[in-house]
Design a protein around this ligand. Structure first.
Ligand code: HEM
Length: 498
């Protein structure tokens, strides 16, 4: 027998076999959970779980799973059980009714570096306190005050497009919308005039894109061995690029230093600073329910760049693509624009907000391409919802991309049809079938702000130009499998002067 076991001693063999047993048992441990609960779903692979079982692109995978398993199914992100839910009654309970009791928080890897106290990451009472302080900065009144700043930037954007249209250039649309989003965010959030529209090499664009690029090896390692997360945390490993977080931190610290007591630019940063004087005590390093600490202010400001840049840019990129590939929709929209603002007149806030067809077009583009393909919440306790037991600490995932392409909810879901959202048709949209900005108390804080900046840019551009497809336009699009919903290759279009 011993002759069959060359090279190693018996002790080494025992150790090796023990290790293999541990490796297999450890890897298989979480995988029976949905079977036990009677919830269907794809069969997991050892360590990888169900990642990419049906399709390489995770949100296309959700579409396939929804077709196959119905309104609730179980998946495993590596070794983590994730319950996917598209059932409207369950969504109402999870996102709205029981938001404050059982489903207040998102999944948290605790590898957040400096951003641990940003509103999107903070949990329970901390989150409520921060969100309550920030909400007044995003009311319609406040956004209206920022409108002239946005208009100034969208004017620069349309001017910068003139030579491109004139020279019949093929444009990568992200290259025009990325700088617009950055300039609007930086100006409205902290009155920083970056003018990246005219200085495309400005480092701020690079850092804003990098903020959201989670390191793949860390994602995989934490997926395989969640047990190592505390160790990663201790070693200072973070999901958010440290270089980019530090870049924004330095910029913001400088801005704060430069602000004298008397200056009040009325931006989001100043609203946060002003909130500090509302608290009873004067120690700005201690939180209380009315104001933010210095560190919290810094984290929120960075988080706004992080949450707003890529999402708004992607929304505009897909709008341009959908309009170029559906010229009859673009023509109808241009007619609405011309009748609302005759003779290419200046865009006014109230009139912009009342444009019905514009609203339909933006909604439909966000239905087909919601930048955030999935939402998630964590169950604080074991709870039974609509007959389904959701265990404590389980991740509940809402596959928004799949939900918004469900043929039962959206006839011919792949087609771009803005009229689905018209006044007459709106009523027939099922509750909880549409949520590009999330739903409930933890929905997108910047929703109204984003809608205004997107609509303004679109109207200003379409007053002067039309988008058109060209040889370089990829149809249909190949989708990116990393991060947000987005095209794998840059979307390329041409501009025609009107
Ligand atoms: C078209 C652009 C945008 C889209 C599609 C979008 C979408 C979303 C979605 C889906 C969520 C998660 C909601 C949930 O879990 O229920 C979210 C959260 C959030 N968004 Fe947006 N967003 C956009 C722009 C912005 C902008 C411009 C800002 C900042 C000014 C912003 C700030 C936030 C914040 C702070 C959160 C976390 C809220 C919390 O946890 O309380 N977003 N967004």
């Amino acid at each position: 027998m011993m002759g069959c076991l060359p090279f190693f001693s018996v002790e080494t063999w025992i150790l090796l076999l023990t290790f293999i047993c541990f490796f297999v048992i450890y890897s298989n441990r979480p995988y029976g959970i949905f079977e036990k609960l009677g919830i269907p779903g794809p069969k997991p692979y050892i360590y990888w779980g169900t990642v990419g079982r049906h399709h390489k692109v995770y949100y296309e995978d959700d579409v396939q799973s929804a077709k196959k398993y119905g309104k609730v199914w179980g998946t495993y992100e590596f070794r983590t059980p994730v319950l996917a839910v598209t059932d409207p009654e369950m969504l109402k309970t999870i996102l709205v009714k029981e938001c404050f009791t059982y489903f207040t928080n998102r999944r948290n890897f605790h590898l957040n570096g400096e951003l641990y106290d940003a509103v999107s990451i903070a949990e329970d009472d901390e989150w409520r306190r921060i969100r309550n302080i920030l909400t007044p900065s995003f009311t319609s009144g406040r956004i209206k005050e920022m409108f002239s700043v946005m208009k100034n930037i969208s004017g620069k954007l349309t001017a910068s497009m003139r030579s491109k249209a004139h020279n019949n250039e093929v444009i990568a649309v992200k290259d025009i919308f990325g700088p617009y989003s950055i300039d609007v965010m930086a100006s409205c959030a902290f009155s920083l005039d970056v003018d990246s529209i005219n200085n495309p090499s400005s480092p701020i664009i690079d850092h804003a894109s990098k903020l959201f690029r989670f390191p793949v090896p860390v994602l995989i390692l934490q997926g395989f061995f969640p047990i190592l997360l505390p160790l990663f945390e201790r070693l200072g490993v973070t999901m958010f690029s440290k270089t980019s977080t530090d870049f924004f931190k330095n910029v913001l610290e400088k801005i704060r230093e430069e602000r004298s007591g008397s200056s009040n630019p009325g931006d989001v940063l100043q609203n946060m600073i002003n909130s500090q004087t509302k608290g009873n005590d004067s120690y700005s390093h201690k939180p209380n329910h009315k104001r933010l600490t210095d560190h919290e202010i810094l984290s929120q400001a960075i988080m706004f760049m992080f949450a707003g840049y890529e999402t708004s840019t992607t929304t505009l990129v897909f709008l341009a693509y959908n309009l170029a590939t559906n010229p009859e929709v673009m023509k109808r929209l241009q007619e609405e624009i011309d009748s609302t603002f005759p003779d290419k007149g200046a865009v006014r806030y109230e009139a912009l907000m009342q444009m019905e067809y514009l609203d339909c077009v933006v909604n439909e583009s966000l239905r087909l391409y919601p930048p955030a393909a999935r939402l998630d919440r964590i169950a604080k306790e074991t709870v039974k919802i609509c007959g389904i037991t959701i265990q404590k600490d389980m991740v509940v995932m809402i596959p928004v991309y799949a939900l918004q392409r469900d043929p039962e909810l959206w006839p011919e879901p792949e087609e771009f049809r803005p009229d689905r959202f018209s006044k007459q048709n709106k009523q027939s949209i099922k509750p909880y079938a549409y949520m590009p900005f999330g739903v409930g108390p933890r929905n997108c804080l910047g929703m109204r702000f984003a809608q205004v900046m997107v609509k303004l840019a679109l109207v200003d551009i379409l007053q002067n130009y039309s988008f058109s497809v060209c040889e370089e336009t990829e149809i249909p699009l190949e989708m990116d499998y990393k991060g947000f919903v987005g095209p794998l290759n840059p979307i390329k279009l041409k501009l025609e002067t009107r």
